[in-house]
Structure formats: structure tokens, C-alpha cells
Design a binder for this molecule. Structure first.
Ligand code: UDH
Length: 314
């Protein structure tokens, strides 16, 4: 795997063997404890095969090239913990990956989904990734059989979190950690940009995946029932869209969350319920095709690539 520019990543593959579906190095449950604070130098020393920018290529040909995208602001200790657990976890799984931290610039209201859209766009400037995994900074997987690659349907990984008693809180829950192939992500026009503050965006994303997109209007003119199709190409989507969410078994999709209080400038979004009820009509105009942001800086660190971005205000 080589980046488009500045070719700094080294492929360890003279090997053309495909990676096994279930690597023999997997052990199942892994111990996750947040007892002491972690130093990045230690994580770096423990992961000598991780390359600049937080990239790793396994010694075999992996199924996907994964960009792992983390929406972020002011959670440095959580980030150190995540990197400490995630790098060994992903290497054991023989995933070909790069970790992107998308850091919201300024102190205005937080917007998790928009940051993840930015992560998708900016990662693709580095390499033609075909799989995007979106992870909260405070969620650590507890079983290495929860494989971080893409599936034939959008994947929800964090099905059994400790904060919900290791159960799915509701059947349409899609929060915490999820993954979509590039094809799946494009099909839903990415994520919404208009959820400012806490909550709702994960349900909107779930809706985008499972709903059929309706881009036509009904009207009743002079006793005649008319269907106005806005775009015949999009009309085809009505029959093609509509995916299922796939999930690991709840014994495998277990996560520990780093306990924290609600962050400043991430208060519950009061508009979220109205917004979720309209996904069907908003998803094709709010998403990747309406994304606007200013890149403040992009830096490669030994364990991750940092993207600081001004996503403006609501
Ligand atoms: N995030 C940040 N910085 C912020 C806000 C959110 O980095 O200021 C990111 C981070 O990746 C986080 C994710 O967005 O994991 C989701 O935000 P969250 O952790 O606030 O959401 P969650 O639903 O927690 O996990 C809700 C608040 C829990 C308060 C519990 C009080 N007992």
C-alpha cells in the first residue's frame, strides 16, 4: 500500500498470498482496562510495524484497504487509550489500515457526522481506500474476532457496549462503531451534515442505509393523480437502494466505553427527532454532495493522521 503523494508507506508484501478469513493469531476476548494513563511513546514502541500516519500493511494481501475515522475534539486521554488497544487489535486481524483523527477546529457546537464525512473525503486524497470504519474515540473492542473490515452490507460493530449492559439498546441502533464500503457510503450520499450537538445522526445514518429513497412527488391535479419524477436516474435508486445492516454476534461485538461526562458544546440536539423523521426526503440533498468545510491542517504523526477542520457553524 502506497499513498498517492509522498510515497512514504512501505508495503511489506513481496507476498501475494491473500490474508486468511480468520487469522490464526486471534484469541477471542481481550482484557480492556482503563486503569493508568497511556504515553504515546510507549504505544509507538509497542507497535514497531505501524508506519507514519498510523498505517499498517499485513504480510499478506488484505481483503480491504481500511480508513479508520475517528471524530474528535478535546479527548486526548481517550485517544491515547484507543491507540494503545486498537493498533495491536487491528494488526492481529491482519487489516490493511490507516487511522485518521478528524479534529473539529474551534469551540462551536460539535458535529460528529459531518466530521466523519470530512474524514472520508480527506482519506481518499491519500489513498483509494475501499472501506471506511467510523469509531468513537472512547470505544474499545473487547473481542478480536470482531473483524474491522467491510461486509456485503453496512456493518454495525458496537452491538454490545458495557454502558448499555452489553445489549443493543434498540433494534435500529447504529452508533459507536460502524463501517461502510465506499460503494455503500456513496449509495447513501455519505452522512448528514446538519446534526449539530449530541444525538440523532446515528439514527439518520441507519435510516439512510435501510430506507428506500423516494425522489418523486405525488400531486392531484384536476382529478388526475400525477407522479413527478425529478430525475429518472435517481428513480432507479428507488428499486436499488435499501440495504440491511449486518452485525456480529453479541458475544463478539462487545465494547468497553471510557467513562466521561457530556462534553461542552455537545448538548443534546433538540431538533433531532424531527430531523430523523425526514431522512427519506433529506438524504439526497444533505450529505457528501453538500459537504463544505475548510481544512485547517493535516499532519502525519507516528500513530495516526490528524485532520483539523473548520466545519463552520449551524
Ligand atoms: N466527541 C469528541 N469531543 C466532543 C464530543 C464528542 O471527541 O466534545 C466524539 C468522540 O469520538 C465521542 C463521540 O464524538 O466518542 C460521541 O460523543 P459522546 O461520547 O459524547 O457520545 P455518547 O453518546 O455519550 O457516547 C453521551 C454522553 C454521556 C454522558 C453520560 C453521563 N453519565
Amino acid at each position: 500500500l502506497l499513498p498517492n503523494e509522498g510515497s512514504t508507506w512501505i508495503s511489506s508484501r513481496n507476498n501475494t498470498e491473500p490474508c486468511p478469513e480468520k487469522p490464526s493469531s486471534l484469541v477471542g476476548p481481550v482484557t480492556v482496562k482503563f486503569v493508568k494513563s497511556v504515553k504515546l511513546e510507549e504505544v509507538q514502541a509497542e507497535n514497531p510495524n505501524v508506519q507514519l500516519g498510523g498505517h499498517y500493511s499485513p504480510p499478506c494481501v488484505a481483503k480491504d484497504h481500511v480508513a479508520l475515522i475517528v471524530p474528535f475534539r478535546h479527548r486526548e486521554e481517550h485517544l491515547r487509550q484507543l491507540l494503545h488497544y486498537l493498533h495491536p487489535f487491528l494488526q492481529k486481524q491482519q487489516i490493511d489500515y490507516t487511522i485518521y483523527i478528524v479534529n473539529q477546529f474551534g469551540e462551536k457546537t460539535f458535529n460528529r457526522a459531518k466530521l466523519m464525512n470530512v474524514g472520508y473525503v480527506e482519506a481518499l486524497k491519500d489513498f483509494p481506500y475501499d472501506c471506511f470504519i467510523f469509531s468513537d474515540v472512547d470505544l474499545v473492542p473487547m473481542d478480536d474476532r470482531n473483524l474491522y473490515h467491510c461486509y456485503s452490507q453496512p456493518r454495525h460493530f458496537a452491538v454490545a457496549m458495557d454502558k448499555f449492559g452489553f445489549r443493543l439498546p434498540y433494534s435500529g441502533y447504529f452508533g459507536g462503531v460502524s463501517g461502510l464500503s465506499k460503494v455503500q457510503f456513496l449509495k447513501i450520499n455519505g452522512f448528514p451534515n446538519n446534526y449539530w450537538g449530541w444525538g440523532g445522526e446515528d439514527d439518520d445514518i441507519y435510516n439512510r442505509c435501510v430506507l428506500l429513497y423516494l425522489n418523486f412527488l405525488f400531486s392531484f391535479v384536476h382529478g388526475t393523480f400525477i407522479i413527478h419524477v425529478r430525475n429518472p436516474l435517481i428513480f432507479c435508486r428507488i428499486t436499488l437502494n435499501g440495504m440491511k445492516v449486518s452485525r456480529p454476534d453479541s458475544n463478539i461485538g462487545r465494547y468497553r466505553m471510557i467513562q466521561h461526562h457530556r462534553d461542552a458544546k455537545n448538548e443534546a440536539n433538540p431538533k433531532r427527532f424531527t430531523q430523523i423523521s425526514k431522512t427519506r426526503w433529506t438524504m439526497m440533498t444533505d450529505g457528501l454532495n453538500s459537504l463544505k468545510y475548510q481544512l485547517v491542517k493535516k499532519d502525519v504523526y507516528p500513530l495516526y493522521t490528524n485532520i483539523t477542520v473548520d466545519i463552520e457553524t449551524p
